[in-house]
Design a protein around this ligand. Sequence first.
Ligand code: PEP
Ligand code: MN
Length: 284
Amino acid sequence: MKLSQTYKVSRTFRREDTVVEIGGVVIGDVQICVIAGPCSVESRKQLLAVAHAVKQSGATMLRGGAFKPRTSPYAFQGLGEAGLWLLREAREQVDLPIVTEVMSCEQIALVAAYADVLQIGARNMQNYPLLHAVSDAGKPILLKRGAGNTLHELLMAAEHILSRGNAQVILCERGIRTFETATRYTFDINAIPVLKELTHLPVIADPSHGVGQTQHVPSIAKSAIAAGADGIIVEVHDNPDDALSDGAQSLTPTMFERLMVDLERIVGAVDRTLSPAYEPVAAL
Ligand code: PEP
Ligand code: MN
């Protein structure tokens, strides 16, 4: 595929990698970024337990949804503003930047007051008024690929954001819908090197939604880093069996710690590094 070189997202428009900086954390540079945390913010106890655990294992940012896009209107929809208060408290305690989803234009001012990175979820990738409004908020944006969208459509969605003057965009491959039913989605590993060729924007991987089953998340995370991803966003829960969303694909803190140990070797093999603060856990 070729992209018009006039597009702001294109590698021909800008040759050097874009490095997005969020409160001292960089994405798109030699260092791999590891965003970890629960799918949904459920309670103070849950969020703080997970936040402390992932920080200790070397995560560089904390994720957690306060406004949740759920298939069923009867499923947990997130704590809303109360979830944002908890995210702020967690950030104060563990000193990690916060990534959280914004689902509508009306939510942007509120969410932007708490979040360091605004996440646009897969379901909203082509919500153009939302992309424009979120661009205007002036914060870094994590743009997830829609489950039924091509890479060209993802890049054009990013172009909508860049065209409004906000170039701090991180792309995220999170799995697409295929004929395969053995997994929740099909993680498109092709997307990683193809996007890195076509665009200067950082590209990260979401292995949790990409495969949808806890036991396979580490393999997909490692393969994405080996394929050249600039980072991962991974769901971690202190008690996945009781999670209010996505428990079946959440790692426990112990599994996450193990993944970080394994990632250190993969990262070294592709001449990247984990967080400078990362220290391997000798016991594992
Ligand atoms: C999420 O990150 O929890 C989420 C809802 O992701 P996606 O938009 O990729 O489905
Ligand atoms: Mn989720």
